[in-house]
Design a protein around this ligand. Structure first.
Ligand code: F3S
Length: 631
């Protein structure tokens, strides 16, 4: 009997061009880059001397407020290089990449690769969308395949219907409570069942936060709800149906009864630290932020605005609202919601990432900021001494009025009217084919090309510079936000902030080791490198001379970023290694590596799960060197 196929598998099959026992090489239809990871992507792509292959959109959203001139230089560079190679350019103020992408460009059944870990948001429109590190994107821009570990598919079977004031954000938080920040690892989350009860913005919230479970990506089917959304955005002609076969086979199935979902809050400092709103109700807050690629849609902000209509937000706190796209912002302006928000005492921020990544609106010492964003790792909001909690627009509205975490249970149901959106291209720049290959690329002095990647040594001898625990995020490895946002195109300068919030002496020790020409090692626990996809968190360590990491396990994107940077992500018995220990790692052929702890006079068994292709990349010193070698 023919195997019944789920819809993620249908897209995988249609795009698979290579297959080994560990990996699948996929053809990529579309790429997206954003400004904080994108400058390196475009520099890396330029070094490959190729034409631009997939349809690509370069977004400015993370550093759109340009606190420093270097960010303006980055945007000028990105606009000019988009023009040179023929990419679409989304200007500052047009919105957060994921929101704009699913409104304007996502197409059911296609593949998308983005230099941002929340690229799976377009899974709401049945795209198979992956976040990845910059070098992978640069290669895909040049037409190379994108390799994923052979995925397992987890069916998330929805039943029932959400009951007000429960929301899609609460579904995400319930899923995180169930799976934790590691439970989705190795899986594509395929949502089935009562999906037709969810709008596209609700599906986008859920697909967006699937990333927090460690999943490869999340995907919804393409149905009449998808078609109606695409019609409202003037793109019905790009719709096509995509659904699973009846009785499709899955590697694992979990069920969520939407009718039983209640308002939830993820308390500091992990998205899976989830409580019911009643359990944490009454907790004093200092700030409410509504926006981000998770909950900044027209629907989300409209719900918030309607809930506070005719009321005032607490004068003891700061309430900031940032719609996530110009399309949403303009619709909210036109229907009077922005005026309602302003009248209630909210501050309005232009569409962009803003507070989500600590660009402005950083909470103060010991403050608790309640946000509709997707991450609450330490330092994420721009201040390591502040605490962040995650919630829905509904909980945010009730809490903004109360000045403390509060249940929205007493609020009347908000009905969102069906509406058509105005297609406004005033902040989108489309390429002109006459300028492709001719337009001048503009580079500010802060735009520094990457140093050459050197082949891996046969033996790594050096010192353990830092030992860390479980679930270390890329925000902790290299902080985002105001400290580093202007240095995204300058690796030597941004590397000065490696482990800034964990150990301020780390960089000095690494520089000393580099001067003495000895290797540097970092030790981590489980799920090392979770969170943002920014490859700076791997490249900064490479810049400082870190040549291997030994941890219990890695997040998918960080693991790939390490390999692409020429740093080996080993697994091993970290209990037998302390900070300051001297290690010798014999690389051999990278099939079987040995580690001697000279300080403790012990042998440590090291393992890794690199495929043959990844071993070849690591031996070359990284993906850029490898790509040039195989050309
Ligand atoms: Fe931007 Fe925050 Fe999303 S930084 S891309 S709004 S996770």
């Amino acid at each position: 009997m023919e195997k019944m196929t789920c819809f993620a598998e249908k897209i995988l099959k249609a795009h698979a061009r290579e297959e080994s026992k560990e990996e699948i090489g996929l053809a990529i239809d579309q790429c997206l880059t954003q400004d904080s990871t994108g400058t390196l992507v475009w520099l890396e792509f330029e070094s490959l001397n190729s034409k631009l292959c997939p349809k690509t959109v370069s977004y400015c959203d993370h550093t759109s407020l340009c606190f420093k001139g270097e960010s303006s230089d980055d945007h000028n560079f990105l606009q000019s290089i988009a023009k040179h190679y023929g990419a679409i350019f989304s200007k500052n103020g047009n919105g957060v990449c994921h929101q704009v992408h699913y409104e304007r460009f996502a197409i059911p059944g296609k593949t998308l690769l983005g230099s941002d870990s929340h690229t799976p948001t377009s899974g709401a429109l049945a795209m198979l969308a992956f976040g990845s590190g910059g070098v992978d994107i640069a290669s895909a821009l040049a037409g190379s395949l994108f390799y994923i570990p052979k995925p397992k598919i987890m069916q998330v079977k929805l039943t029932g219907r959400l009951q007000w004031p429960a929301s899609a954000k609460d579904v995400s938080l319930a899923l995180l409570k169930m799976l934790t920040v590691k439970g989705g690892k190795g899986y594509i989350l395929e949502f089935t069942g009562a999906v037709d009860t969810l709008t596209i913005p609700e599906r986008a919230t859920i697909a967006n936060m699937g990333t927090e479970t460690g999943a490869l990506t999340s995907i919804f089917p393409s149905d009449n709800v998808t078609r109606e959304f695409m019609r409202m955005h003037g793109r019905e002609n790009e719709w096509k149906e995509l659904k699973a076969d009846i009785n499709a086979n899955y590697d694992k199935t979990i069920e969520i009864n939407l009718s039983e979902i209640k308002p939830l809050v993820a308390m500091p400092s992990s998205p899976d630290n989830v409580f019911s709103v009643d359990e944490v109700g009454g907790e004093k807050i200092n700030q409410v932020y509504v926006g981000s690629c998770t909950n900044g849609s027209y629907r989300d902000i409209k719900i918030f605005a309607e809930m506070i209509k005719g009321k005032e937000v607490s004068k003891d706190i700061d309430v900031v609202v940032s719609p996530s796209s110009k399309t949403a912002f303009d619709a909210l302006l036109e229907d009077g919601s922005i005026a309602q928000l302003s009248k209630a005492g909210c501050r309005i921020a232009e569409p962009g990432c803003n507070a989500c990544i600590g660009i402005g609106y950083a909470p103060g010492y010991g403050h608790l900021s309640l946000r509709t964003v997707n991450r609450n790792f330490p330092g994420r909001g721009g201040n390591e001494d502040a605490k962040l909690a995650l919630c829905s627009p509904q909980v945010a509205a009730a809490s903004a009025i109360a000045g403390k975490i509060a249940s929205p249970i007493e609020f009347e149901l908000v009905k969102i009217p069906t509406r058509n959106f105005v297609i406004d291209d005033s902040l989108l720049v489309y390429p002109n084919k006459d300028e492709i290959g001719k337009a001048k690329i503009v580079r500010g002095p802060n735009i520094i090309k990457l140093a050459e990647q050197k082949p891996l040594s046969e033996e790594l001898s050096g010192e353990v510079l830092l030992k860390l625990g479980d679930n270390i995020s890329t925000d902790e490895i290299l902080p985002a936000g105001p400290l580093t946002q202007h240095l995204r195109s300058n690796l030597p300068a941004i590397a000065e902030y490696a482990f800034h919030y964990k150990d301020k002496e780390f960089v000095a020790r690494a520089k000393k080791a580099k001067e003495s020409k000895i290797s540097c090692f970092v030790i981590g626990g489980e799920n090392f490198g979770q969170g943002s996809s920014r490859e700076h968190a791997a490249l900064a360590l490479w810049q400082l001379g870190v040549s291997a990491i030994i941890a219990k396990s890695y997040s998918r994107i960080y693991r790939a970023n390490l390999i692409n940077s020429g740093i080996i992500p080993f697994c091993g018995e970290i209990e037998n290694i302390e900070q300051g220990d001297r290690l010798i790692i014999k690389i051999n052929d990278l099939k079987k590596s040995e580690c001697l702890n000279i300080t403790k006079n012990t042998k440590i068994v090291l393992s890794h799960d690199l495929s043959d292709r990844e071993i070849a990349i690591a031996k070359c010193g990284g993906l850029l060197a490898y790509s040039k070698n195989v050309k």
